[in-house]
Every structure is written in C-alpha cells, then in structure tokens.
Design a protein around this ligand. Structure first.
Ligand code: NAI
Ligand code: NA
Length: 395
C-alpha cells in the first residue's frame, strides 16, 4: 500500500518501513564515518527502538562492534495497519547488524515488568553470558508497578504555581500562550514512580543477582536540564523531580554494584525532537529556536551525533569527565552561553508571524516526520510499500 503520514495531535498514526530503514542506515553510516570506538562489547539497551536508545544501540554495534540486546515496547503491524516506527527501526537495525556479522536480538514488552526483566536476563545468560554496558533510555507516560500492580501516570506540570508561557503548535506554526495548572503531590509522586530511577535500579539489582553483569560493568541513563524558559515545566516541574530522582539513583546503583566494581552514570543530553519531547508544552518552541541557533553556529546534533560523541568523548576516554553533581554532560553545546543568550533573545520576540524566519520550524517538522520514517531523501514514498515486511527477531 502507499503509506502516508497521518497526524493526530502529537503523534503520527502511521510509519513507513522503507523510510525507517533509511533512517537507521543513515545513522549507521554516520557512526561508521567517525571511526571505531574502543568500548563495550556486550550491550543491553532498554528503550532501544527509537530516539537516544536506538542511537545508543547503533553506536554500540557499529562504533564498538558490540553484540546488542534491545528491549522496547512497540506495536507490530497487521494487514493494512503499519507497525510503530520502533518496530521497523529494530528490524532494519538487526538486518544491518547481522550483515555485518554482529549479534543482535530483541525483546518486545513492558520493561517495567518482572517478566520482561527475567526474559532478558535469561537471554543474556543463554547467548552472551554477561554484559558490560547497560543503557537505560525509557520514556513512558505510564508504569505498572511490578510489586503493587498499580498503574502510575506521569504528568508534565509545574510545581507550586501556575505556569504561563509561549508554545507552538509545530504542525501549523501557530505561537500562542499556554497556561498549565500546578501539580499536586500525587502528580509529583506518580511522575517520580514512572520516570525516576526505581525501575533502573530494579533492573541493575536483578541483573547483578543473576550474575549477568561483567566485572566493571557500566550503566548509563539519560537526563535533561535545559534553559530558564522551560524550567518551570521541565526541570523544576514534575518531570524534573523524576530526573532528580534518576540522578540520585545513579549513586545508589554504584553502591549496589560495588562488589563487581560497577558504575552508574547519568548523561545529560541535548533537547531533540523525539516522540517523548514533542508532547511537552513549550519545549517544541524552544527546540525550534535552539535548532536555528545551533545550525547557524555549526553546532547542531541529532540523537546519533549526541550518542557517538557520548561514547567517543565521554564514556570511553581515560577518565569520564563529570560536572559538579557527578553527571556526564553532552548538552555542553546546547548550554553554551552564546547559544543560550541567542535563544533567550529570540524567545522574547517569537510569534506566529516570524517563527518560520527566526526559528527552525521546517527543521522541527522534518525531524518529526523522520521519526516515523517520512521525509527521507532516496525513499520513493509513492511506491507500494509492504507494511508487513521488516520483522525483528523478537525473542
Ligand atoms: P523515545 O520516545 O524516542 O524512546 C523511548 C523508548 O522507550 C522506546 O524505545 C520505547 O519503545 C521504549 N519504551 C517506552 N515504554 C516502554 C515500556 N513500558 N517497556 C519497554 N520499552 C518502553 O524517547 P527519548 O527522547 O529517546 O527518551 C529517552 C530518554 O532520554 C528519556 O529518559 C528522556 O527523558 C531522555 N532525554 C530526552 C531528551 C529529548 O529531548 N528527547 C533530552 C534529554 C534526555
Ligand atoms: Na530511547
């Protein structure tokens, strides 16, 4: 069938298998062009199918020649209905990895559950014995707690007071004012349960107990800080409390892994268009101004450039450079004074009429389409595409 983007709010209901495969190939080519990284050889990526997790898996495989196991939650296709992009991304990744002689297998299911943790551990035991790197890159609006069975929902709300600022509907380019009511304590607690560090720590403890972590194993989870204009809804909001918790959990995990000399890190990454970030109010406007500024300065990066740099210049160097809170910073170019000053200036004047000029709205839209396999050069979108092809080797 001819597959076209079908937008509904912050998501696209369709995904293009050939386009998703092109996206993965482009990322692989980028990593290969940067040369080999002397890094991990056996890697588990939790949240491996899209965004930073997919880029981490690609960097592990094609930068470090690593065997990879990927865990994710994606929908398979049915006749006439496409899969979610992460399904096609993974199938394409596995094909490329296998062609390159690299081990790659995947597990599709709820990473928050005991069942998926056990299944993953069994697969590691059977095929790899142990892993030396665990990337934790989940982004989810909900978590079913494995011990209580309670379904927790995260929220994206300010804390303490109502927050009003500009936002953009990136489909139409319409800039408007948005007001978000403050969170109550329950909202905060739920967001910490979903996006905080508890599940990461559960994964690492279960893996250690099962003996599937190599001596000196490293684990990395991803966080975000960002500018003052998004602070109320991001870093000082409900999601920020979850990130505080995630960052604190890194120190707990390092303690828990002391007997095998394991290390847990949080890497603070750059703001990028992903399925997760598109749903956060205010952030898309900030990203479109940031993209414009960083592209002008020759500093722009996507997920793959970020992850390649994380591995090559941070994780696998003699000593991992950390900030005063013990975090890895790969948001260093985003947070540069000249970049932030420029974005702050643009923020003050941004409106519907000038956004396509002072902001990179086109770049935002293109990146959003790319997430679903649309908008790639070299893909014939008028051609018949088979939504049922491209099947990952789900275990
Ligand atoms: P994404 O939406 O592209 O990826 C999320 C991944 O988690 C996918 O592989 C998805 O299948 C998987 N997943 C979701 N729920 C799951 C579940 N219940 N079980 C198994 N897998 C599940 O998100 P993105 O943006 O790559 O986010 C990853 C991490 O990076 C998050 O912690 C996010 O906060 C962080 N981050 C994101 C930034 C951004 O601007 N996008 C900036 C800095 C950090
Ligand atoms: Na991810």
């Amino acid at each position: 069938m001819i597959i076209e983007p079908r937008m509904r709010g912050f998501i696209c209901l369709t995904a293009h298998p050939v386009g998703c495969a092109q996206n993965v190939k482009n990322q692989i080519e980028y990593v290969k062009s940067k040369g080999k990284i002397d890094g991990a050889k056996k890697v588990l990526v939790i949240g491996a199918s899209t965004g930073f997790g997919l880029a981490s898996r690609i960097t592990s495989a094609f930068g470090c020649d690593a065997s990879t196991i990927g865990v994710f939650f994606e929908k398979e296709p049915s006749e006439g209905k496409t899969a979610t992009p992460g399904w096609y991304n993974t199938a394409a990744f596995e094909t490329e990895a296998h062609n390159a002689g690299l081990y790659a297998k995947s597990i599709n299911g709820d990473a928050f559950s005991d069942e998926i943790k056990n299944q993953t551990i069994e697969l590691i035991k059977k095929d790899l014995g142990q892993v030396d790197l665990v990337i934790y890159s989940l982004a989810s609006p909900v978590r079913m707690h494995p011990k209580t069975g309670v379904l927790h929902r995260s929220s994206l709300k300010p804390i303490g007071q109502k927050f009003t600022n500009k936002t953009v509907d990136f489909h139409t380019g319409n800039v408007s004012e948005v007001s978000i009511e403050p969170a109550n304590q329950e909202d905060i607690d739920n967001t910490v349960v979903v996006m905080g560090g508890e599940d990461w720590s559960m994964w690492m403890n279960a893996m250690k107990a099962a003996g599937v972590l190599a001596v000196g194993a490293t684990t990395v989870a991803y966080s975000y800080i960002g500018p003052e204009v998004t602070e109320a809804v991001y870093r000082k909001g409900t999601i920020g409390r979850a990130k505080d918790h995630l960052e604190a959990t890194a120190f707990d995990i390092t303690k828990d892994l002391a007997s095998i000399s394991g290390q847990a890190y949080v890497s603070v990454n750059k703001a990028l268009v992903t399925q997760a970030s598109s749903a956060i109010p205010v952030i898309p406007l900030y990203i479109s101004l940031l993209y414009k500024t960083m592209k002008e300065k020759g500093l722009h990066e996507g997920c793959i450039e970020q992850m390649q740099r994380l591995y090559a210049d941070r994780l696998y160097t003699n000593t991992i450079p950390l900030d005063d809170k013990g975090r890895i910073r790969i948001d260093d170019w985003e947070m540069r004074d000249d970049v932030q000053e420029q974005v702050a200036k643009l923020w003050k004047v941004a409106e519907t009429e000038n956004l396509s000029e002072i902001g990179d709205l086109a770049g935002y839209k293109n990146d959003f389409l790319n997430l679903f396999g649309f908008g790639f050069d070299g893909v014939d979108y008028q051609a018949d595409a088979n939504e049922m092809t491209l099947i990952p080797s789900i275990q």
